[in-house]
Design a protein around this ligand. Structure first.
Ligand code: ADP
Length: 924
């Protein structure tokens, strides 16, 4: 029985002991017991027995369950203990972890703005949360730092800077990779040993750096900046500039760390050196310059003055440096200031003359040239003034001015003198020339005629000299002008040749003019000046030629290299004495003559070629010379032939041969050149035999032969040669042209088809009109009595000789005249009897001069009729003609006059072109 049941039964049965329970029960339950003697006792006993059994069973089961439970409790308790122990240790560990987390959080939170967890939050979770937030913050900080480092890196790279960092605990200095690039080592961030760095630095610079570092470390100054020369890996030197300051100090203030940057300034240094060298150069140039130079800033303050300036303004101020004194002294007056302001405002240079007074009171005339100093953007930063001391030039200019005025006065006096002299010389010469020309028209025996001729030629020579001297003085005074008019070239050539032909033929020299095929027939030029030049050259050619010929030619000139403009070349060629090469360039100088002995022989002033040279230059050409002693000379000049007519073009005839038979090569070739333009062949023969031989050998296809003969005087010989030539021509058609001697009046020789009188112009060879059987074709003379006869002339002239001369000349041409002895008388005569056809008016007269008289006559005219007034004057200077025209006169005849000149003038003014006749006598 279960003990609990037993105990419960004991207590229920109130038994003394436990053992009694069972005994009791047994007894009770026994059949023999008193209790067991009732009726129900068996059933009750059964029920009790089953109850006790079931209770017992329940207790037993309970017992087992309890046991089981106890056992399982035992087991749980051990586990619980174990777990408890483990939990406890875990808790300890957790607490430790939380402590260390807290400690870590505290440490980490030191640089964070996050609030530390409070004591009640000191659990793992809040700490972890705190740390997570801290970690997040830290990540953000790291990425910000990385970004900023990256930016720093980029900034360093871009700025070409390197950063260094030196922790004093070490002898190594950290440099970022740019430094490696500077010194040419492998490009990376690296640390460098202090000693090694120092060894590759110029010792003096290393020393300067260590002094600077020491000062900063000791706190003498906050930072340093040092420039050092550091050796590059490749051996050359770099210029580095380093800045640094203490970045960490310990609590005692001792420097712990130095940080800074370094830059490669080699290029800057190089530039600085170059700039310094340039500045040095500039300084040297400035100081070497003899001209004073000032450099000012934009306010006009002098920044720099060179030594020449110092020297100029401090001259005589012994002991003073001059520099400061000079630049601050009042010598810089308001005028300079004004120009300074102008230059600064306008940015344009300025020049002016001024006067400055040095401290020693010395005055200078200066020329100041100011220029703005500008930046690239045009901003004016200052002014440079260059001062030229022109005191000396001023003085000289003053003297020159005075000298010029004196010279001008002298020149005026000279011109006046020349004009006077010219007048004075011309007046008596007028008498000589005029009277000689009158005398020539009277009956004279041969001796008297010779005397008159000599008289005339001497007077002509005198006139030529006076004209030359006047011309050269006009040229020297720059008073010679040239006109532009239409000039007929052939007329001019012929005019000049005609003028000199008598002189040439008298000397036994041939003379001809040659208008070469292709030469422009007309040009725009100054007719009189051209004539003057050609006349001068021809006159020389004849003078310096003893035998042979003189040719005056015009041909198409070669165009200048850079233009296709037309030109004409005039040449005067002679076969005379020639000029030695060394003398050739001098003959164009005034008063120069090639050969004294020749001059003595030939005479002359040495002015002719100088005048010709200047005249040709004025006409736009230049006079040249080809010559050799004994070979003759060729003077030539080329003039522009703008607007010239084009020359007629000839067509050569295939079957015509031309032959020139002439002894003078110069003339023969001019004739041949002319003939060649219209024939298949043009030959030259020197004499009859040569001509016959050449005709015989002419090709058969040349059916016509044109022969031009310039023969001597032997008529019979000429005729026989002509017939020989015709024979040699063997049936071909032959035309023979003979150049007749000057003045030859004879009938043409037999066999001659055509005669041309000398002096010949080659262009006449093709002129039908010159064909003539009479030799007189070329002789030009004029009836002395022309349409001017019986016309009335008023002579106003004070000089008695001239009165007589002009009167005699007018009588020669059967004209009537009245004489007035001065201008007033002339005007009175005109007023009283206005029936004059022409007035010859002297210019310089007492009482009233010719100019006033002419003006008065013009005033008196009623406008229906204008009497021609011709100035008759010894004034031959430039401008005289203009003065006469301005006074109302119509024309101008400079003295000395001769009959021919006077006749020309009378014809021009008294015979209208229709009635003007100049019959060529004998033009039959
Ligand atoms: P001049 O009045 O003396 O002739 P020019 O100036 O005309 O002065 O000439 C200067 C010099 O040139 C002459 O003196 C002469 O020696 C020389 N001369 C000029 N033309 C010729 C020439 N055709 N032949 C030789 N010599 C000449």
């Amino acid at each position: 029985m279960h003990r609990i049941l037993r105990r419960q039964l004991r207590r229920a049965l109130k038994l003394e002991s436990i053992d009694a329970v069972e005994e009791t029960l047994r007894r009770w339950l026994a059949e023999d017991s008193d209790a067991a003697k009732g009726p129900d006792a068996p059933q009750l006993r059964e029920i009790l027995r089953s109850l006790i059994t079931s209770v017992d069973q329940s207790y037993l089961q309970l017992e087992r369950d309890l046991d089981l439970r106890t056992r399982s409790l035992d087991i749980s308790s051990a586990e619980l203990f174990e777990v408890n122990t483990r939990l406890k240790s875990e808790l300890d560990a957790q607490r430790l972890a939380a402590d260390s987390l807290l400690a870590a959080a505290k440490r980490l939170a030191k640089n964070s703005a996050l609030p530390l967890p409070t004591a009640d939050q000191a659990g793992i979770r809040p700490l972890t949360e705190f740390l997570t937030r801290l970690a997040h913050d830290r990540d953000s900080a790291i990425s910000a730092r990385e970004q900023s480092e990256q930016r720093l890196r980029m900034a360093l790279d871009a700025s070409n800077l390197s950063m260094w960092d030196w922790d004093f605990g070490s002898t190594q200095i950290f440099y970022d990779r740019n430094f490696a690039r500077f010194i040419g080592t492998k490009e990376q961030d690296a640390t460098y040993d202090l000693g090694a760095l120092s060894r590759r630095t110029v010792p003096a610079d290393a020393q300067a750096l260590s002094t600077a570092i020491r000062d900063v470390v000791l706190g003498h100054r906050p930072d340093f900046e040092v420039e050092l020369r550091v050796r590059h890996e490749q051996g050359h030197w770099l210029w580095l500039q380093t800045f640094g300051s203490v970045t960490v100090r310990d609590p005692d203030g001792r420097a712990r760390r130095l940080t800074g940057i370094v830059a490669d300034i080699s290029k800057r240094k190089q530039l600085e050196n170059e700039i310094a060298a340039n500045l040095k150069l500039l300084e040297t140039v400035l100081d070497t310059m003899p001209l004073p130079v000032l450099i000012k800033d934009r306010t006009g303050q002098v920044q720099r003055a060179n030594s020449a300036w110092d020297k100029m303004v401090s001259a005589g101020t012994a002991g003073e440096s001059g520099h400061g004194l000079a630049v601050n002294s009042p010598v810089l007056g308001s005028v300079h200031r004004k120009f300074d302001l102008e230059v600064i405002a306008s940015g344009q240079p300025a020049r002016y003359e001024a006067r400055i007074i040095a401290p020693n009171q010395r005055e200078y005339d200066v020329l100041v040239a100011k220029a703005p100093l500008k930046l690239d953007n045009g901003e004016v930063t200052g002014i440079i003034s260059v001062i030229t001391d022109i005191s000396e030039q001023k003085r000289t200019a003053g003297e020159l001015d005075r000298a010029r005025l004196a010279a001008e006065a002298a020149a005026r006096a000279k011109s006046g003198f020349l004009a006077n002299m010219s007048h004075e010389l011309r007046t008596p010469l007028n008498g000589v020339v005029g009277m000689a020309s009158l005398l020539e028209t009277t009956r004279l025996d041969s001796r008297q005629a010779r005397f008159v001729q000599t008289l005339k030629s001497s007077a002509d020579a005198l006139i030529a000299i006076i004209n030359d001297i006047l011309d050269i003085s006009k040229i020297e005074a720059g008073k010679l002008d040239v006109a532009t008019e239409l000039v007929n070239v052939r007329e001019e050539l012929e005019h000049v040749v005609n003028l000199f032909s008598a002189q040439a033929f008298a000397k036994g020299i041939e003379i001809a003019s040659h208008l070469a095929p292709g030469a422009p027939p007309t040009i725009q030029s100054d007719r009189l000046r051209l004539r003057q030049v050609l006349s001068n050259l021809v006159s020389n050619a004849i003078k310096f030629t003893e035998r042979g010929a003189v040719l005056v030619s015009a041909s198409r000139g070669r165009a200048a290299a850079d233009t296709d403009a037309n030109h004409i070349e005039f040449a005067v060629i002679d076969s005379g004495i020639g000029i030695a090469p060394q003398l050739q360039e001098h003959v164009f100088e005034a008063f120069a003559q090639a050969d004294d002995s020749a001059t003595r022989r030939f005479g002359g002033t040495g002015l002719g070629l100088a005048i010709c040279q200047r005249l040709v230059e004025l006409m736009g050409g230049s006079l040249g010379l080809d010559s050799a002693p004994g070979q003759g000379s060729r003077f030539y000049f080329t003039l522009p032939a703008t607007g010239a007519e084009s020359s007629a073009s000839w067509s050569a005839t295939d079957d015509v041969a031309a032959l020139v038979v002439a002894p003078e090569a110069i003339i023969a070739s001019a004739l041949a050149e002319t003939l060649a333009s219209r024939s298949a062949l043009a030959l030259i023969a020197s004499d009859g035999i040569d001509a016959v031989t050449q005709i015989e050998s002419l090709p058969a296809n040349l059916r016509h032969i044109q022969i031009v003969i310039d023969s001597g005087d032997d008529r019979a010989e000429l005729e026989s040669w002509v017939s020989a030539m015709r024979l040699a021509a063997a049936g071909r058609s032959v035309t023979v042209t003979l150049l007749l001697p000057h003045g030859c009046q004879d009938l043409p020789p037999i066999g001659i088809d055509r005669c041309i009188g000398k002096p010949v112009c080659t262009a006449a060879l093709f002129e039908q009109g010159s064909d003539t059987g009479a030799a007189g074709a070329t002789t030009r003379s004029r009836s002395l009595i022309g349409p001017v006869a019986r016309k009335r002339v008023l002579i106003v002239e004070d000089n008695a000789v001239n009165q007589e001369l002009v009167a005699a000349m007018l009588e020669t041409v059967h004209m009537d005249y009245c004489i007035a002895v001065n201008g007033r008388e002339g005007v009175e005569l005109y007023e009283k009897d206005g029936n004059f056809d022409l007035v010859l008016m002297d210019c310089q007269m007492p009482v009233m001069d010719g100019f006033a008289a002419s003006r008065r006559i013009r005033e008196l005219e009623d406008g229906t009729r204008r009497v021609p007034i011709i100035a008759l004057t010894g004034n031959a200077m430039e401008g005289d003609r203009d003065s006469c025209i301005a006074a109302g006169m119509d024309d101008y005849l400079p003295k000395p006059i001769n009959l021919a000149l006077l006749r020309d003038m009378l014809d021009r003014w008294l015979c209208p072109p229709a009635t003007q006749s100049e019959p060529a006598a004998g033009a039959a």
